[in-house]
Design a protein around this ligand. Structure first.
Ligand code: FAD
Length: 304
């Protein structure tokens, strides 16, 4: 079993790359496709009087539109991401209503990344600080109430949802225990599974699952995989995702001259990761496809 994540294409670019990704990977019969959500950003334009004009820009089309297009075109289950970041309670409610109208009932619930120029995550004035708070609104919606407490006259199919987790700890969590407490809370609130941040060392996943089980977390913990495809990722990946690249992989990659060679190494490493994860009982695999779709295709060819 496997699933994969795609990003709504950047504004002004075509949808070819997105559909090419799906065309390639649908051959292996994915269980579902995740569609990420990206908050709007602020840009500051200098004005003649020395001040800056702040305007809001959204660089990608709406996740719901993309999810719906994928569902119509491919008839594969879609799992759009619903975020706190950049959205108010009202925005979230509209999103839930749109999803329900479209018959999309599976979502991944996340806090979301901070705004690009902010040093830390800032909730919207009428928004949420944590995924658990957003889950509260979704549960309320599921039980037939709008966020202001009024009744939903004809409640639809309740949403089922997954959440994120971090085998190497979330960057802001003071320690693994507190991060696991958050995951347990997400489970207790109703999350039916968790998907991990990408990782390159299976040992981190196995020990995380073990600690999670000891902490009473029983939901499936789906490993997230993103094969290395470029030498520059040796620096970028740890900085962006707050994960380690094992010494053995980094040493091998450093010896190579071209990104093609690194991508080949990434395929071999990723394939070994996937084989071991499945052998040791991982519930399924989740692939992050951004700039890695060809490598994932190679891995899937050998796995499925
Ligand atoms: P939370 O669960 O809210 O946790 C954030 C931090 O707060 C953690 O350190 C946690 O320990 C702590 N915390 C949580 N709840 C509490 C509480 N009640 N009290 C005190 N501390 C608390 N980002 C996007 O912008 N768009 C996406 O589409 C997207 N997709 C993702 C998909 C996956 C599978 C993963 C793993 C990540 C994804 N991200 C995405 C990135 C994610 O939004 C960031 O990692 C974000 O910083 C945390 O999101 P979260 O849902 O784990 O947050």
């Amino acid at each position: 079993m496997f699933s994969f994540e795609v990003l709504p294409p950047l504004k002004g670019t075509g949808t070819e790359a997105l559909f090419r990704t799906i065309d390639l990977l649908k051959e292996y019969n994915p269980s579902y496709i995740n569609i990420t959500t990206h908050r709007s950003e602020y840009v500051y334009t200098p004005q003649d009087n020395g001040t800056f004009l702040r305007s809001r820009i959204r660089r990608r089309p709406g996740t719901i539109a993309v999810a719906s297009a994928i569902m119509q075109k491919y008839n594969i289950k879609v799992v759009p991401h619903v975020l706190c970041s950049g959205f108010s309670r009202e925005d979230i409610e509209y999103m839930l209503l749109d999803l329900q109208f479209l018959g999309i009932n599976d979502i991944l619930v996340l806090r979301g990344d901070k705004a690009k120029d902010d040093s830390r995550f800032r909730p919207e004035p009428d928004g949420y600080s944590y995924a658990t708070e957003l889950i509260g609104q979704i549960n309320k919606f599921n039980s037939g109430k709008f966020y202001d407490g009024t009744d939903i006259r004809i409640p639809g199919t309740p949403f089922s949802y997954g959440v994120a987790c971090y085998p190497e700890k979330h960057e802001e969590a003071p320690n693994m225990e507190s991060d696991l407490r958050v995951l347990k809370l997400k489970q207790d609130l109703g999350a039916s599974y968790a998907v991990t941040q990408l990782f390159y060392d299976n040992k981190n996943y196995f020990s995380f699952v073990e600690r999670a089980r000891k902490a009473g977390i029983t939901i499936p913990i789906i490993p997230g995989i993103k094969p290395l495809t470029k030498k520059s990722q040796l620096n970028v990946v740890p900085k962006t995702f707050h994960v380690d690249i094992p010494k053995e992989l980094a040493d091998e990659a450093r010896k190579l001259n071209t990104d093609e060679e690194v991508a080949q190494l990434g395929i071999e490493w990723g394939l070994n990761q996937c084989k071991e994860l499945l052998k040791e009982g991982a519930p399924s695999l989740h692939f992050y496809t951004v700039s890695a779709v060809n490598s994932i295709n190679e891995i899937a060819k050998q796995l499925f």
